[in-house]
Ligand binder design. Structure first.
Ligand code: BEZ
Length: 212
């Protein structure tokens, strides 16, 4: 398939997961979704990632984001590995893990980078909006565990952009000032941002985070 890019419709699929067969678009429904790949079952970094992700599920839910993971191993391995994850990470993995032994979904999302590994996926992250469009793609190597707090931070930024036409500056954290996107005129900004805004340069206008 052609390379998947931001703004593209996330490819739909039907797949077996640890929580039953799902159709991806139907499963997303009106929510946001995060799809993240794991190179293989019974691997140490993946074990810690799935533990960390499952502990943060309430935070993803608060933001109306459904979580789903994928690994190319078959369902019986997933189910048995999840027991290990629950035991060692002191959690209960509570979102679906896609079984992709034929690599259909992994290939659809270009998660296998043959020069890194011919068989395992890299650590890909896709954030998908309720419109089923891809909002974010991140690719990590197998050896680096992802930061799920960073993914929550990105989701906060994406949802502020979607709901309030603001962007977020470098190293932004929840509660800090946001940037008014260049597409918003000063006249519209006067109406849209009742807390006011500061014009540092005509192209650099900051306003308090609008949803607080
Ligand atoms: C891991 O999850 O620990 C891992 C997987 C593949 C390569 C290196 C590490």
């Amino acid at each position: 398939m052609a390379t998947l890019r931001l703004g593209d419709t996330a490819p739909d699929f039907t797949a077996e997961t640890t929580l039953g067969t799902i159709n991806f678009h139907e499963w997303i429904g009106d929510s946001w979704a995060i799809l993240f790949s794991h190179p293989a079952d019974y691997t140490p970094v993946c074990t810690t990632e799935l533990g960390a992700a499952s502990k943060l599920k309430p935070e993803f839910e608060k933001r109306n984001v459904k979580m789903i993971a994928i690994s190319v191993d078959p369902l019986p391995d997933h189910l048995s590995w999840i027991n290990d994850i629950n035991e060692t990470q002191n959690t209960s993995v509570n979102f679906p893990l896609i079984a992709d032994p034929e690599k259909k979904v992994s290939e659809l999302y270009d998660m296998i980078h043959p020069n890194a590994s011919a068989t395992a996926t890299v650590r890909s992250v896709f954030i998908i909006g309720p419109d089923k469009k891809v909002k974010l793609i991140i690719t990590y190597p197998a050896s680096t565990g992802r930061n799920f707090n960073e993914l929550l931070r990105v989701i906060d930024s994406l949802q502020l952009t979607s709901n309030y036409s603001v962007a977020t500056p470098a190293n932004w954290n929840y509660g800090e000032d946001c940037i008014i996107t260049p597409a918003v005129s000063n006249e519209d900004a006067d109406k849209k941002f009742p807390k006011g805004y500061k014009v540092i340069k005509p192209y650099l206008r900051v306003t308090p985070q609008p949803n607080l």
